[in-house]
Design a protein around this ligand. Structure first.
Ligand code: C2E
Ligand code: MG
Ligand code: MG
Length: 575
């Protein structure tokens, strides 16, 4: 960076830091304006008081001397504004202006004998007393306000700016800086320092780190304009401005990183810290400074996910998915812990619209009450292994619902439950569902488990064995989403299934062309040849019902006859 740029950068940084600690100054332009207004008003006071002329106001002649009071009030107001808005500078400027008028007033009274200047002399004296009182009072209020403000924008432990300060700083910086980088820093394994050495040691480590980093920023060791802030616990934000190239940026981040990693000795104990670094850049990644912080966080989370403490990760849009997925994962965990995963039931009908049963579908709500789509949370639950708990929870709810239906009277309704491939293959699964069924004393042949064919790809033998055991318990087996993914006639043949569910994607296009219709018709025929009943999923229109009827489909599940319903509403469908 050249010298001039460095100088202006320093000035800008000092001002920015002053603004966040003390608040923004009133613009200097107004200072000059108030002084100019004061002199104009004073000039008019003198001239109006000497004039014997009149001006017409609403048709009436008013002597000019009647305006003396108005002009002198305007002059006083200007003086008061100067003192209130510009404290010390405003007060001493005002004092100077008023004091220089004293000799002139005294000369006119004593030497020239013009006694009309006596009120002016008193007026001046009263104004000086008034502005002195205002100044003293205002000064103590300002000091108090500044100390409150400093506390609000400062992290108590380290004395670094905090999150509020950073928001304000960035909102100002983006107005007149061409490039800004926000680096989100999260210490690696800091929790273990607190746990093993105690909170006090942890605090000392944070203070030492803040001191090191502040020194780099304040001494311009990096030659870029840097601001370091503590956001929470072991989270810091580094803001870098006034750099020209990526290599300057890399160099700055590297300096903060190496200061962090330099051995730290506290109370005779050596610490070697590392951290995850993620950054985003304005305006390349976003022009919104709040989003910039979120992006830097997402990049840092990516570093964390990959356990990468070696290099700073630059933000990429795909990092957002990871962050969002983590948020959903947390929501699933909370919902499972608080037992708030619930279920809806979608009715299934035969072609004459008599109820066959229901499919139990997992549901979850956000903390603000909004539904989170299963399309969103089921894949995440599958990837994180949480699906097992969801499946079991829905299975339990379904069994309780069935128990309730059976208490109402005999029926042959079937409740089907989705079970993830992974879950099915686990050793505990059969044991768990057995105990749920036994503890509720419901007949197993009213229950159905929906599986997808993909189960056969990974481990056909183990899968077949599990499915057979489920069948032996009396539970029905449905093959879900048939036609998507890996469909194999040979597997279909050996699977001891009861029912085939044609995926919605085939039903959607079924009436668009003769070949699509033929395709669905063929699946239904194959199902029947293999001795399976066939159910079409996602049926949305009466036309589709008609086509399915002509092709001998056995059951229908779709919005056309019923959307997924809460259990009490589903219960009303059972007569
Ligand atoms: P799925 O098992 O194929 O369930 C059928 C999905 O199709 C349900 O979506 C249902 O609401 C939707 N659907 C049914 N008829 C129509 C229709 O006419 N139009 C449209 N647009 N959609 C229709 P949902 O509830 O969003 O569930 C999505 C998937 O999530 C399910 O597909 C299933 O694979 C999975 N899932 C849901 N609950 C559970 C669960 O408890 N455990 C497991 N492992 N997976 C679950
Ligand atoms: Mg299903
Ligand atoms: Mg399905």
């Amino acid at each position: 960076m050249d010298k001039d740029k460095l100088k202006s950068g320093r000035k800008k940084r000092d001002l920015a830091l002053k603004n966040i600690s003390y608040g923004q100054d009133t613009p200097k332009g107004f200072f000059v304006l108030f002084i100019a207004l004061y002199f104009i008003a004073s000039f008019l006071v003198v001239n109006a008081s000497r004039s014997s002329g009149t001006i017409a106001v609403f048709g009436l002649p008013v002597p000019l001397s009647a305006f003396v009071g108005i002009f002198s009030s305007i002059a006083n107001i200007c003086i008061i504004f100067l003192v209130v808005l510009y404290s010390k500078v405003g007060y001493f400027t005002s004092l100077g202006i008023l004091a220089t008028q004293f000799p002139m007033l005294i000369i006119t009274i004593v030497k020239i004998g013009n006694l009309t200047s006596i009120p002016g002399l008193f007026g001046n004296l009263v104004t000086i007393i008034a502005i002195t009182i205002i100044f003293v009072k205002n000064n103590s209020i300002n000091k108090y306000q500044q100390s409150i403000r400093r506390q609000a924008v400062t992290d108590n432990l380290t004395g670094l700016p905090n999150r509020f300060a950073i928001d304000e700083l960035l909102s100002n910086l983006v107005k007149d800086t061409d490039k800004i980088t926000v680096v989100s820093i999260n210490l690696h394994n800091f929790k273990s320092i607190n746990e093993t050495m105690g909170r006090n040691a942890g605090d000392k480590v944070l203070i030492e780190l803040a001191t090191r980093w502040r020194k780099i920023a304040d001494t311009w060791a990096t030659m870029t304009s840097d601001y370091i802030a503590r956001i929470a616990g072991d989270e810091f934000l580094l803001i870098i401005a006034e750099y020209d190239s990526q290599s300057e940026l890399d160099n700055t981040i590297a300096m903060y990183k190496s200061e962090l990693e330099r051995k730290m000795t506290i109370d005779d104990c050596d610490y070697y810290l590392t951290a995850y670094f993620g950054y985003s850049e304005f305006p390349k990644d976003t022009e919104d400074y709040k989003v910039m912080i979120a992006y830097a966080d997402a990049a840092m989370q990516e570093a964390k996910r990959k356990d990468n403490t070696n290099s700073a990760v630059r933000f990429l849009p795909e990092h957002l998915d990871v962050k969002k997925n983590k948020e959903i994962e947390d929501k699933i965990r909370t919902a499972l812990d608080t037992n708030t995963v619930f279920f809806y039931l979608q009715p299934q009908y035969d072609m004459d619209k008599s109820l066959r049963g229901f499919e139990a579908l997992a549901r979850m709500r956000d903390s603000d009450g909004a539904f989170i789509s299963p399309a969103e949370f089921i894949p995440i639950a599958e990837n994180t292994g949480l699906i097992d708990k969801i499946d079991l929870r829905v299975f339990t709810l379904a069994v309780e619902f069935l128990e309730k239906l059976l208490e109402k009277g005999d029926n042959d309704l079937v409740i089907s439950v989705n079970v993830s491939v992974r879950h099915l293959m686990k050793n505990d699964f059969l044991k768990d569902i057995k105990s749920i069924i036994e503890s509720h004393n419901v007949p197993a042949d009213h229950l159905e488990i929906e599986i997808t064919e993909s189960i056969m790809i990974d481990s056909a033998e183990k899968a077949l064995q599990c499915i057979q055991e489920i069948k032996d318990m009396g539970i029905k087996i449905a093959i879900d989403d048939f036609g998507t993914g890996y469909s194999s006639l040979s597997y279909l043949n050996i699977l001891p299934a009861d029912i085939l569910k044609i995926d919605k994607s085939f039903i959607d296009v079924m009436n668009d062309s003769e070949s699509s219709k033929q395709y669905v018709s063929t699946i239904i025929s194959i199902g029947h040849i293999l001795n399976l009943k066939v159910i079409s999923e996602g049926v949305e229109s009466p036309d589709q019902i008609e086509t399915l009827k002509t092709n001998n489909c056995d059951f229908i599940q779709g919005f056309v006859w019923g959307r997924p319903l809460p259990p009490d509403e589903a219960e009303k469908l059972v007569v």
